[in-house]
Unconditional design. Sequence first.
Length: 370
Amino acid sequence: MDSAPVANDDDRNADIDSADPSASPDLYAAIDLGTNNCRMLIARPGATGIRVVESFSRIVRLGEGLAGTGRLSEAAMGRTLDALAICAERIARRPEIRRVRCVATEACRRAVNGPEFVDRVRRRTGLELEAIAAHEEAALALHGCAPLLDRHHPRALVFDIGGGSTELLWAEIPRRGEPRILNAISLPHGVVTLSENYRCDPVPVAEYRQMISRVEGDLLRFDRDHGISEEVARKRVQMLGTSGTVTTLGAVHLKLNRYRRSRVDGLIIDFENLEAARACLCRMTCEERSAIPCIGESRADLVVAGCAILDAMCRRWPVGRLRIADRGLREGMLLGLMAADGHRCDRSPRRGARPPRAERTPTATATAGA
């Protein structure tokens, strides 16, 4: 793959929460550096949840070429350092920020020069970047997504399709108390790693099936180890996804002319409508996908690989519907930072309440866009 240009700053959390008179004046910052994206949230604790005051997102493709070389490239590190420098500058402008946490995921975990890059980040920006283990990444994401889980389904499949890997959780959801991870797996398949090995402009049917097959073997082992299919057949399982892939599919399904977090976060889509949105994107060329406002040029070549990973999970576990979360790792970090200072952000839905029913908005066609 050719070196990617630095993408324009993209605020996927553009719907900043309105002022909350009960919110604390203290601010907290969380940075999530993934294989594809560098994202930051600055927020304060409120009576009914965290109140976001600023967000930043830039596609940096830190893991570009990593699968073939085992190293972070100089160009990718340069792009990422520039994005992190912007984050550091924005944090420095807000002296009321009490705590900051910066984590790196799959790309830094895998790269032989990951520790060297972490040192460069500290020297250039002053940020203390942690390369966290996959299990901690999964636990933080679950904590951030917990308010969207349905307490009437005692089991949950929660996943995050990343750039270099896909984190998959099998969790117990009690009627009261915190969700508990029963097991977790980090699949070595992400939108960047798959896209580097398959054509997606448009994707040939045979290659799309090959992408699905690469994922299916890992899913089958995880399924057999935990009897997940049996629980699905008993209708005891819900599925929740947090990633650019699922939020993009949600926006395409709703035919949004610009991305709106308030419309997508918490959206429930039936598998039938999800399949229609996936098929729509897979038929398109990169240029056609780029023209969809909720995708753009920076994601157009990656979303098909994400669709293949999601397709494999939906085929293995026909739960019937997916709930989309535009939240996860950063929110989990923020809640942890706030709790350390004694703030209680009760973001859970009213006990016993069911989530809203699935929307049945017609899916965009290949010519309509989103």
